[in-house]
Design a protein around this ligand. Structure first.
Ligand SMILES: NC(=O)c1ccc[n+]([C@@H]2O[C@H](COP(=O)([O-])OP(=O)(O)OC[C@H]3O[C@@H](n4cnc5c(N)ncnc54)[C@H](OP(=O)(O)O)[C@@H]3O)[C@@H](O)[C@H]2O)c1
Length: 360
C-alpha cells in the first residue's frame, strides 16, 4: 500500500475448514457464497444466513471470472435484506478481488477489480470501467476502505454536501468506524478543527492518536453533553453524522447559526429505533440546515474525481486505511452484526478476508 496502514489482527470465528478446496482445471472450480436464509427481523441473527457451495461456470463472451480477496459488511445491507433481497440470494456487498479467467481484453488475468458481487468467493461478470482497481493506487484493503464506498461517502459528505472549509469546527460521529474514520482525516486535511465522537476509550484514543482528531469524546460517559458543549466553543460549523437519534439531538443545538448537519446515516436506528433526528420544526434547530445524501447519487459525476483525490491524499500520507479483518466468509454474519453494536473492538472498516494471495 502506498501509505501507512493501521490494522487489527484478524478476528472472528474461523470458517469451517471443509470450505478449503484445491483449484485444478478452471472448469473444476467450486466456491462458497453466503446467502440470505430468511428475512431479518429486529437484530441480525446468525440464522438469517447460510453458506452455500456451488460449481463455478467459466466466464462467457466479454466476461471475467473474479476470485475475491475481501468483502465488506455495511449497515445498508440490513435495509437491502429487509426490502429487496430474496431468500436464497447471495448477500449484496462490495468486494475486491483478482481476475482469474478472462474473456475481456481490458482485464487480463491478475487485474485487481472492485465490484458489488456480494459475500462470495467467485463471481462472473462484465466489468464496468469504474470497477478497475488500479494496484498502483492501493491494495485490496485500500480499495475497500479509503478508495471504496466509505472513503467516497466521507469525501462527498464533507466537501460536496458540507462545503467544509479551513478553520471550521467539524464534529464527526461514529468517528472510529469506516466512514467516520475517513471523515475525521479528510476534515483535518481540509484544515478544520475536528471533534471526534465514538463509543469507548479505545475508540476515542484511536480517533486522536491515529486519525488526528483534535478532541475525542466518548458519547457513553455521563459528562458527554457538557464535554461536547465545551469542545464546540463558539459552535460547530459542520456535523458529519453517522448515528442519528439522541446524538444528533444533542449536537444540533451546538451548530453555529450558519452551521450544517450532514446526515450520512442513522446507524442507531437501524436495528431498534431510539427516535429519529430532531424534526425540522424543533425551535432549537429550525435555523440550522440538516441535509441527508446518498453517495450513489454522486457516482455518475463525482466517483472518478473523488477517487483520484482520495488516492492523492493516501499517497501523500494524509489518509490511512484502517481495517479490522474477520477471517473467512463464514465470519461475515458476525462481522455484520458487530456494526450495529456500540463500543465494539473493531476499528475502521470491517472486512471479511476470503483469500490472502493473488494466485489465479
Ligand atoms: N449516505 C450514504 O450514502 C452512506 C454510504 C455508506 C455508509 N453510510 C452510513 O454511514 C454510517 C457509518 O457506516 P460505516 O459502514 O462506516 O459503519 P461503522 O462506523 O464502521 O460502524 C458502525 C458504528 O456505529 C456506531 N454505532 C452503532 N450503533 C450505535 C448506536 N446505537 N448509537 C451510537 N453509535 C452506534 C458504532 O461505533 P461506536 O461504538 O464508536 O459508537 C459502530 O462501530 C452508517 O449510518 C451508514 O448507513 C451512508
Amino acid at each position: 500500500a502506498p501509505a501507512g496502514r493501521a490494522a487489527n489482527e484478524p478476528v472472528g470465528s474461523p470458517v469451517s475448514r471443509e470450505k478449503q478446496h484445491t483449484e485444478s482445471a478452471p472448469t473444476a472450480r467450486q466456491g462458497e457464497s453466503v446467502v440470505m436464509a430468511r428475512r431479518p427481523g429486529g437484530a441480525v441473527d446468525r440464522d438469517d444466513f447460510a453458506v452455500r457451495r456451488r460449481r463455478i461456470a467459466p466466464p462467457g463472451d466479454g466476461e471475467v471470472l473474479i476470485r475475491h480477496q475481501v468483502t465488506s459488511v455495511d449497515p445498508y445491507q440490513l435495509n437491502n435484506m429487509r426490502r429487496h433481497q430474496q431468500v436464497g440470494d447471495i448477500v449484496e456487498a462490495g468486494c475486491v478481488g483478482v481476475v482469474v479467467e478472462s474473456n475481456d481484453s481490458r482485464a487480463p488475468v491478475g487485474t485487481q477489480v472492485a465490484t458489488y458481487s456480494g459475500w462470495t468467493e467467485y463471481s462472473t461478470r462484465r466489468l464496468a470501467a469504474t470497477e478497475f482497481a488500479d494496484r498502483a493506487l492501493g491494495d485490496e484493503l485500500d480499495w475497500i476502505h479509503v478508495l471504496g464506498t466509505p472513503g467516497v461517502t466521507a469525501y462527498v459528505g464533507l466537501h460536496d454536501v458540507g462545503g467544509v472549509s479551513a478553520g471550521w469546527t467539524v464534529a464527526v460521529s461514529a468517528a472510529a468506524g469506516a466512514v467516520g474514520g475517513v471523515a475525521v482525516q479528510l476534515a483535518k486535511a481540509a484544515g478544520a478543527r475536528v471533534i471526534a465522537i465514538a463509543g469507548g476509550s479505545d475508540r476515542v484514543r484511536h480517533t486522536t492518536d491515529v486519525l488526528g482528531a483534535d478532541i475525542g469524546l466518548d458519547y457513553r460517559t455521563d459528562t458527554f453533553e457538557r464535554d461536547l458543549r465545551t469542545a464546540a466553543g463558539n459552535g460547530i460549523d459542520l456535523f458529519f453524522d453517522n448515528v442519528g437519534g439522541s446524538l444528533l439531538r444533542s449536537t444540533l443545538p451546538l451548530l453555529t447559526a450558519s452551521g450544517k448537519a450532514v446526515i450520512s446515516g442513522r446507524v442507531s436506528a437501524y436495528v431498534t429505533d431510539e427516535g429519529g433526528p430532531a424534526h425540522p420544526g424543533d425551535p432549537d434547530t429550525e435555523q440550522r440546515t440538516v441535509q441527508g445524501f446518498l453517495v450513489g447519487d454522486y457516482y455518475p459525476t463525482r466517483l472518478l474525481p473523488v477517487r483520484a483525490e482520495l488516492a492523492r491524499l493516501l499517497e501523500a500520507g494524509q489518509l490511512t486505511t484502517v481495517v479490522s479483518e474477520f477471517e473467512g466468509l463464514g465470519s461475515a454474519p458476525e462481522a455484520f452484526a458487530s456494526v450495529f453494536r456500540q463500543g465494539s473492538p473493531y476499528l475502521g472498516k470491517r472486512v471479511v478476508r476470503i483469500a490472502r494471495d493473488q494466485s489465479t
